[in-house]
Write a protein that binds this ligand. Structure first.
Ligand code: PA5
Length: 443
């Protein structure tokens, strides 16, 4: 079994009767997800996506990825939130957090349009100098400010460098099938376009063209990724106490005991961006109506030297979900040293992964003894099948958990507030009346 929930370290925190007490809530959440009668039921396209996806478009994605590989040294992926995090997380998970520095026959990939920092954009522009560039601009709504602004700049760069005709063969747009400024612009300019299905929200879209094109362009096997997700769809389809539903139940039991922060932990930096993807998935899905578990993420042992103190000894507000990746991508055999001046010979004659494993074991015992519940998710290794299953596991757990909490897991009304203020302050037409009020508040 590739993915397995291990509840051994929860024994002192959750009794069997507590699982039984929430079982009816799990069943109710399962039922409204199945019969599509719950809140946000217009956005359930991700549930059957691993089996029910556009096979022709999937082949087009693979063909576009092959063309990108031939045509460019650098692929610029423009998008924010759900139109950014999944692709980057998958590439780092499957390749490396050093993907761009690896020797490879695929392009370097830089992600822009996920902030409004001019310095960040200038740095990526200077990285592109003297190199062949392609762009994948991704926006479901087609109107989000950050990617739209970055796309303006990269569109001009490509048109200045290659001329309009060649530029349009280097631009790939992933957006709504019919609506939005990006769709209109792409049709007018003649870009190849890919679709974000209407019924799949941004943070649930990594297994659509949103994630699949950049992931394929990085040389990852998207057939295997979808096969892993199909495995998840099958394993987590029934209300039979499966690991995914159990994880959702545990989160809600712990939340009921005052654990309002979940720290997703791994012992491999290749997983760090998955932590960012997880944060968006759960924060936007559950953080509403003045409720929700605050999702955080950490990479150990790095963060044991920063957050570790708080987790062990600070306010007892959190639980940890630990990704236990059993087989590293590669290993280092630690040779003994005859002088042993640094006293480290006790670590030697074994692989370095053994040391990492002991750090995991030691930490989990320390943290649980310190009063922090630990959920463990065992994963065999970082490959496409496991990633596909893991994505599906978290998406389904998030939906079940959100319904158990009584919120709509598929909207994000809170994200609009900053946008309205920003637009008003920038003088966007239609926001005139708010501008003066906001400026007065700023003083
Ligand atoms: O999950 C979401 O819906 C959001 O995070 C969006 O993905 C994000 O705001 C980007 O939106 P869009 O793809 O419309 O540009």
């Amino acid at each position: 079994m590739s993915l397995k929930l291990n509840t051994k370290y929860l024994e002192n925190f959750i009794g069997e009767h507590e699982y039984q007490a929430v079982a009816h809530q799990v069943t109710a959440a399962h039922k409204i997800l199945e019969d599509k009668s719950g809140l946000g039921n217009d956005f359930l396209g991700w549930v059957n996506l691993p089996t029910d996806y556009d096979k022709d478009e999937f082949e087009r994605i693979k063909a576009a990825a092959a063309r990108i590989k031939e045509k460019c040294d650098v692929l610029i992926v423009i998008g924010i939130g759900g139109s950014y995090l999944g692709a980057r997380a998958a590439i780092e998970f499957l390749k490396s957090s050093f993907y761009n520095n690896l020797k490879k026959d695929t392009p370097d990939i830089y992600f822009v349009g996920n902030n409004i920092s001019p310095a960040y954009l200038n740095e990526v522009l200077s990285i592109c100098e003297g190199r062949d560039v392609c762009v994948n601009v991704i926006s479901k709504s087609g109107t989000t400010t950050e990617p739209a602004l970055a796309f303006r700049i990269f569109k001009k760069l490509l048109e200045d460098k290659y001329g309009k005709e060649e530029a349009k063969t280097r631009i790939f747009a992933t957006t709504d099938k019919a609506k939005g400024t990006l769709k209109k612009l792409s049709d007018e300019e003649g870009y190849e376009t890919f679709v974000v299905p209407d019924d799949v929200g941004g943070r649930f879209s990594v297994l659509t063209a949103v994630g699949l094109l950049p992931i394929a362009a990085a040389g990852c096997d998207i057939d295997k990724l979808m096969a892993g997700a199909r495995e998840g769809q099958k394993k987590y389809s029934a209300d039979d106490g499966n690991d995914c539903y159990k994880y959702a139940a545990i989160r809600n039991i712990l939340y009921g005991k005052g654990k309002s922060v979940e720290m997703l932990v791994s012992y491999d930096p290749a997983f760090t961006m998955m932590g960012e993807w997880f944060k968006q998935l759960f924060a936007e899905s559950e953080g509403k109506d003045n409720k929700g578990i605050f999702p955080a993420a950490a990479t150990f042992s790095t963060d044991l030297h920063s957050l570790g103190q708080f987790i062990q000894d600070g306010s007892k507000i959190m639980f940890e979900t630990v990704m236990h990746i059993k087989t590293p991508q590669s290993d280092i055999f630690l040779e003994p040293d005859k002088d042993n001046l640094d006293g480290l010979n006790f670590l030697t004659n074994q692989n370095m992964s053994v040391v990492n494993e002991k750090a995991y074991q030691g930490t989990i015992l320390a943290h649980t003894e310190g009063g922090v519940p630990n959920i463990v998710i065992d994963v065999d290794k970082l490959d496409e099948e496991n990633l596909g299953e893991l994505i599906y596991f978290f998406e389904k757990a998030c939906a079940i958990s959100g319904y158990m909490l009584g919120v709509n897991p598929f909207n994000q009304p809170g994200v609009e507030s900053y946008k309205k203020n920003m637009f008003a302050l920038l003088g966007k037409p239609g926001y005139e009346s708010q501008k003066a009020d906001l400026e007065a508040k700023l003083g």
